[in-house]
Design a protein around this ligand. Structure first.
Ligand SMILES: [Zn+2]
Length: 594
């Protein structure tokens, strides 16, 4: 680890950094826990040690320090992770050092693309304020957008030009990077080469799309043209090294604090809906941007909350995307409620026409997902005829089966039977089966550690000079009597810790399985073991070792008796007496641990 990385690690708190990504709850004197972002789970097995500054997941076994966490979750290499952590904590970066030329090139490219997007966002904002932006300003005012709102969301205007942004940005970097930015288009030439680039967004109102840290990584842009020339109402940046569609939740950067405070997220479809609600004080709102939720988006959201109130557009297209999103969220164990707004209005129009109060009321009145779906089944297949009831049921059954929690499935099935007036015993049985079908996923948390192993691991990981005696005692045992320890499952970890010197315990154990065991021991520690406790642990190991030898000795003595080998028998008996005496001494000293 470079000096700079070491410095950053000392400066930052891993708990704070991880809390920027997932929710953590205090789980003990020095540790926090939450849902693991690296594997699917319903109950938290992910822990962070606040004092030792590492994380460990009891479910999937990942562990490491702040850089390893950020690297994994942001899917970047070590240098980039160091850079991100430093940046988030306001630590100025030194001249970059990278482990490979590819990594350096990638980081350089990302950096340049971020710079280009930042420059483009500022320039679009400028254009909106300028003479060319008049029509756009008019449009935004017509949608009830205040100047503060425009500033908050950095809304801008891309003028009616093919080369204005290009000319503005071309001095910043080379042609290849400009092409990679997604801010420009080009046409393939007759000879198969790409033609000159031109501005992708023209005569459009621009809305920046930001990553979780609030940096602009893409744009969505609404046309101001009407009639045939208009083209698509909205166009978006294509996928670039910065931006992957389906991996970004619109407005999460601004909403995440409010989501945690409110205890749930309000999910809407359109970016304008989202902006409109946010600016009127409903700040825990995020948008899917008109498409169905993706698994990555679900995973991202899960880091912040598991409660969602969905307020999608009531139109048919909205209905389908909404259903896919609802299905996905249900499967992932989210608590879902759904809002339907009066008069078939979208959230933006509703809040503008009826006010914040009325909207808040509507959200408070959100229906449970089961009620919403039962109602929808009734609307889709109206009437009480037997074949309609069958269709209603067929619509509901997959939704019921998808719910991970058995109690909720049972409740849903009972509600459906009652509200739809299902009196056929066959259909009731089907509902019952649907409720039974999915078994709760039980996280089995086995611990592979014995008490002795735990004590030794903790003693060897002591960093506090006050407890140095306990650590010395354990080091003595590891270096002088390694054969006592050979049978232990954590032997490798103990050996590595035995000569770690002043290095961080979690850094010296390289094998991931061994490190996971160490993490487990350290996460459960309340205080460092005393030297006596360590002696006790070593004593009980010694005792086990002697007992094993005694068992072996008895077998050999029997053998010798059978063979009539009295010379051998005398040696073995003497040895057995010695072992007996050691064992008695050990027990008498109280160091055997039992
Ligand atoms: Zn995990």
């Amino acid at each position: 680890m470079s000096d700079f990385a070491q410095y950053v690690k000392q400066q930052v708190d891993i708990v704070k950094v991880i809390e920027g990504y997932i929710r953590l709850r205090k789980a003990g004197a020095q540790n926090y826990s939450g849902l693991c972002p690296f594997h699917k789970e319903k109950s938290p097995s992910f822990s962070v040690h606040a004092v030792r500054q590492f994380y460990h997941c009891f479910g999937c076994g990942v562990s490491g320090d702040v850089f390893s966490f950020v690297g994994k979750i942001e899917n970047v290499g070590f240098p980039e992770a160091v850079r991100i952590v430093a940046q988030k904590n306001g630590i100025p970066l030194p001249k970059r050092e990278f482990s490979s030329p590819e990594e350096a090139a990638e980081a350089r490219m990302r950096g340049k693309l971020l710079d280009l997007h930042e420059a483009a966002a500022s320039w679009f904002e400028e254009q909106l304020r300028g003479p060319e932006g008049a029509l756009a300003r008019e449009y935004l005012a017509g949608r009830g957008m205040s100047p503060e709102g425009i500033k908050t969301f950095r809304i801008g205007y891309a003028p009616d030009s093919f080369g204005a942004l290009r000319d503005r940005l071309s001095g910043m970097t080379d042609d290849a990077t400009l092409r990679a930015s997604g801010l420009f288009s080009s046409k393939e030439q007759g000879d198969g080469t790409e033609g000159r680039i031109y501005d992708r967004f023209r005569k459009r109102v621009t809305f920046p799309i930001c990553n979780e840290s609030g940096r602009v990584i893409a744009f969505t842009a609404r046309t101001l043209e009407t009639g045939e020339k208009a083209g698509a109402k909205y166009i978006n940046s294509p996928e670039t090294p910065l931006y992957t569609k389906g991996q970004v939740l619109f407005n999460l950067d601004k909403a995440k604090a409010a989501i945690r405070q409110a205890g749930y997220a309000l999910l809407v479809e359109g970016q304008m809906d989202c902006i409109s609600l946010f600016l009127r004080g409903i700040q825990h709102v995020i948008a899917t941007s008109g498409t169905a939720f993706t698994e990555q988006q679900v995973a991202i959201l899960k880091r912040h909350t598991s409660n969602v109130i969905v307020n999608f557009d009531p139109d048919a297209a909205g209905g389908n995307a909404a259903e896919k999103s609802i299905a996905l969220l249900t499967e992932e164990g989210f608590n879902l409620k759904l809002v339907t707004l009066d008069g078939g209005l979208d959230p933006d129009r509703f809040i503008r026409e009826r006010g914040v109060e009325a909207y808040t009321q509507a959200v408070m009145g959100a229906r449970r997902q089961s009620d919403y779906l039962i109602e929808r089944a009734r609307q889709m297949f109206p009437g009480g005829a037997a074949d309609q009831k069958l269709k209603q049921m067929n619509y509901l059954l997959p939704h019921i089966r998808r719910i991970p929690q058995k109690l909720l499935r049972e409740q849903f099935a009972a509600d459906a039977a009652q509200k739809l007036g299902i009196d056929s015993s066959v259909l009731r049985e089907e509902l019952r089966q649907a409720a039974l079908r999915r078994r709760d996923h039980v996280e089995v948390r086995t611990t592979a550690l014995t008490e002795v192993e735990r004590v030794l691991l903790r003693a060897l990981a002591i960093t506090d000079p006050e407890h140095e005696e306990a650590r010395r005692t354990a080091i003595d045992a590891v270096t002088r009597q390694p054969h006592w320890l050979e049978g232990l499952g954590v032997f490798e970890a103990l050996r590595a810790l035995g000569d770690r010197g002043a290095r961080d315990p979690m850094d010296v154990v390289e094998d991931p399985a061994q490190r996971a065991l160490l993490a487990e021991a350290l996460l459960a520690e309340t205080e460092s073991p005393s030297a006596d406790t360590v002696l006790g642990a070593i004593g009980s190991l010694q005792q086990r070792r002697i007992e094993a030898e005694l068992r072996e000795m008895r077998v050999q003595i029997q053998e010798a008796e059978r063979r009539g080998d009295y010379a051998e028998l005398a040696v073995l008996t003497q040895r057995k007496l010695d072992l007996d005496r050691s064992l008695r001494q050990l027990r008498g000293s109280g160091l055997s641990g039992n």
